[in-house]
Design a protein around this ligand. Structure first.
Ligand code: AMP
Length: 220
């Protein structure tokens, strides 16, 4: 049986951090649309150049481009039995695109973990966030500082602040989330797949809450 799990929630909710932890615990590949766009941007591909125009403003990359990119990624052998999707889908059209691509592979969305947080928490988290250049490990100047300033504890690579984590862009990303992405929660609530998780809790507690939510779904 396939196992496709979605992580949904506003920017700064901790989707990336949780996806890395869950991916290890569940043995599923972590597919982050934002990471794939950033990788393309870094490698200066055509896709990266196109995505940059939207990303720098905190806007969403058009659906057709995003859906094609994810379909290509999910079509690879490591995703044949399941994946943990982080940051995709973000619009109802993407959700439909995902249903279609999974149906072609004989799968479906099995669970949707929806992280809930207040807006002031999101702004504080995003504007203090640092990422490692090599593998995207995530730090925070206040809540999770690295042992040595500017360097990743895990792989020693440089830490950088994402361009779109500046205060003005952050507000735009949060506004766009509430306008375009939060209607998705209803899509999955209607299908009885949505599991709400309190994202204000500690990293460890949130991971545990997710694991037990998925466990309950598997048994029901
Ligand atoms: P993230 O790392 O998930 O916060 O994504 C960073 C940026 O990449 C977003 O602000 C968008 O510009 C773009 N992006 C990531 N995922 C998607 C998606 N599913 N649909 C459209 N744009 C996306």
């Amino acid at each position: 049986m396939s196992n496709y799990i979605l992580l949904v929630g506003p920017p700064g909710a901790g989707k990336g951090t949780q996806a890395k932890r869950l991916s290890k615990q569940l043995g599923l590949p972590h597919i982050s649309s934002g990471d794939i766009f950033r990788e393309n941007l870094h490698n200066e591909t055509e896709l990266g150049k196109l995505a940059q125009q939207y990303m720098s403003r905190g806007e969403l990359v058009p659906d057709d481009v995003t859906i094609r990119m994810i379909a290509e990624r999910l079509g690879r052998p490591d995703c044949a039995d399941g994946a943990l999707l982080d940051g995709f889908p973000r619009t109802p059209a993407q959700a439909e695109g995902l249903d279609e691509m999974l149906a072609k592979q004989g799968g479906r969305v099995n669970a949707v973990l929806y992280l809930k947080l207040s807006e002031p928490t999101l702004v504080r988290r995003l504007t203090g966030r640092w990422m490692c250049r090599a593998q995207g490990h995530i730090y925070h100047q206040e809540f999770k500082p690295p042992k040595e300033e500017g360097l990743c504890d895990i792989d020693g690579s440089d830490l950088y602040q994402r361009d779109d984590d500046r205060a003005d862009t952050v507000r735009n990303r949060i506004r766009i989330y509430f306008e375009q992405t939060s209607p998705l929660s209803q899509h999955y609530r209607d299908r009885n797949l949505l599991m709400e998780i309190d994202g204000e809790q500690s990293i460890e507690v949130v991971t545990q809450a997710m694991i037990s939510a998925i466990g309950q779904e598997a048994r029901s």
